[in-house]
Design a binder for this molecule. Structure first.
Ligand SMILES: C[S@@+](CC[C@H](N)C(=O)[O-])C[C@H]1O[C@@H](n2cnc3c(N)ncnc32)[C@H](O)[C@@H]1O
Length: 271
């Protein structure tokens, strides 16, 4: 489904990013799921497009302005950044649940020309295992900073797994590292007081087999408790305004956010 949306975004007249692999990975099944979601939550395509575009740009800034040479994609799913955004001297690590990772690797192995060796693959179940230990075993250098992208994942984890993973990221990596993840508000998690498109989205996500389990309206306390000392939280209406230059109240971007976190303040002026 995510690949179907990335494929559509890539065909736009002035695309915010181009993913040449998304169409082939999505296949008819991916487009069918996206079409079901379109009917229930039309802003989904723009939400995913903005999320991908913002995080793609963050990789460029982290590499250019923070001299980061390690990019970790946590809960990678069908992420193609290792293939789309290779940079000289930059290593990509894809961490995912063993079942999803096996399915993704089988799919990309069938795609002629897909640079499967651009990423180091690390399997980890965040509910039971520590991704930082698994990354270090797989060659991540804890004396060098990393950019960790945790996109479209924390809402599907228990709060205990979010806290355990965030604590290891804050304390087990080089303190110049930066973590970026998106999260949803508490109402999407509990369903309480949710109506219309919000309720439909929550129901459909559950039907697809990944119910929303974690949501918060204030991520800062959790991140501080986990050991982070610099936090920024971005709202999707602000992102839409910045990236595509407009605001529309009816988009329903009321429950999605992106957080940036670091164990110490990054160099001034990089963001
Ligand atoms: C909606 S997909 C997002 C994939 C990708 N990051 C993206 O934005 O396109 C959710 C991802 O979270 C991963 N995930 C969910 N629960 C997990 C767990 N307990 N341990 C590891 N990964 C998990 C899934 O395997 C899947 O890759």
């Amino acid at each position: 489904m995510v690949c179907a949306y990335r494929a559509r975004a890539s065909r736009a007249k002035a695309p915010l990013f181009v993913d040449p692999w998304a169409e082939a990975i999505a296949g008819a099944d991916g487009h069918a799921i996206a079409a079901t979601l379109d009917a229930r939550f039309p802003p989904m395509e723009l939400w995913l497009t903005l999320r991908v575009a913002y995080l793609d740009r963050l990789i460029g800034r982290a590499v250019d302005q923070l001299s980061i040479r390690q990019v970790v994609i946590l809960g990678a799913g069908y992420d193609t950044r290792a293939a789309r955004l290779p940079r000289a001297g930059v290593r990509f690590f894809e961490v995912d649940h063993p079942a999803t990772q096996a399915a993704k690797r089988a799919r990309i192995a069938e795609l002629p020309g897909y640079p499967v060796d651009n990423a180091t693959y690390v399997s980890c179940d965040f509910e039971r295992e520590d991704p930082v230990t698994r990354l270090l075993e797989s060659g991540l250098d804890a004396r060098e900073p990393a950019l960790v992208i945790w996109e479209g994942v924390v809402m599907y984890l228990t709060e205990a797994a979010v806290r355990a993973t965030a604590t290891r990221l804050a304390t087990g990596l080089d303190p110049r590292s930066l973590v970026a993840f998106d999260f949803v508000g508490k109402r999407l998690m509990t369903g309480q007081g949710l109506a219309g498109q919000g309720a439909e989205t929550r129901r459909l996500v559950g039907e697809l087999g990944e119910p929303v389990r974690f949501g918060t309206d204030d991520i800062l306390p959790l991140l501080v408790e986990c050991g982070f000392r610099w936090v920024r939280s971005l709202d999707f209406n602000e992102l839409a305004l910045e990236i595509i230059g407009d605001y529309q109240r009816e988009r329903m971007f009321r429950f999605q956010h992106i957080a940036l976190a670091a164990a110490r303040t990054p160099v001034a002026g990089w963001l």
